[in-house]
Write a protein that binds this ligand. Sequence first.
Ligand code: HEC
Length: 127
Amino acid sequence: MKKLLFSGIILASILLFAASCQYKFVVEPEPLPPGDTVSFSLDVVPIWNDNGNCVSCHTSGNQRPDLTPDNAFSEIMNMGLVNTADPAASEIYEHPHPDSDGHSWKKYTNAQAAVVLQWIEQGAKDN
Ligand code: HEC
């Protein structure tokens, strides 16, 4: 009986440890405080590129828009996916938004969507 309890505790510890490790690998960008400048290359591109998040499908010769770091900016501009006059209506923000009905392939997290919106609200600069 004691042995069983002991293995139970060991198992629970392993599970807890695994769960805590997993949590650390979830990359959740925090929306920057209002007034802070969003960087396209440092804040937005990693949302699309890191861990193949979007670029697992969206690469040159595959699914458009090509969201790889070198091509993403010109691609989304040329395709008209950014609307600085009405940022929330921008396709690059709205289509993969967590609340969107379309694009069931992959959605932004709420935090990722917030960073993308903030970047467009600040003029969608190639910064
Ligand atoms: C599993 C493959 C896959 C992944 C991963 C994926 N997409 Fe897509 N995406 C597609 C396909 C297929 C389409 C075209 C059909 C549609 O619009 O749903 C598309 C369309 C789009 C469009 C619309 C383009 C247009 O012409 O209007 C945008 C914007 C977009 N994706 C952004 C993203 C973003 C941002 C991510 C990452 C959060 C992402 N996608 C991840 C497959 C994917």
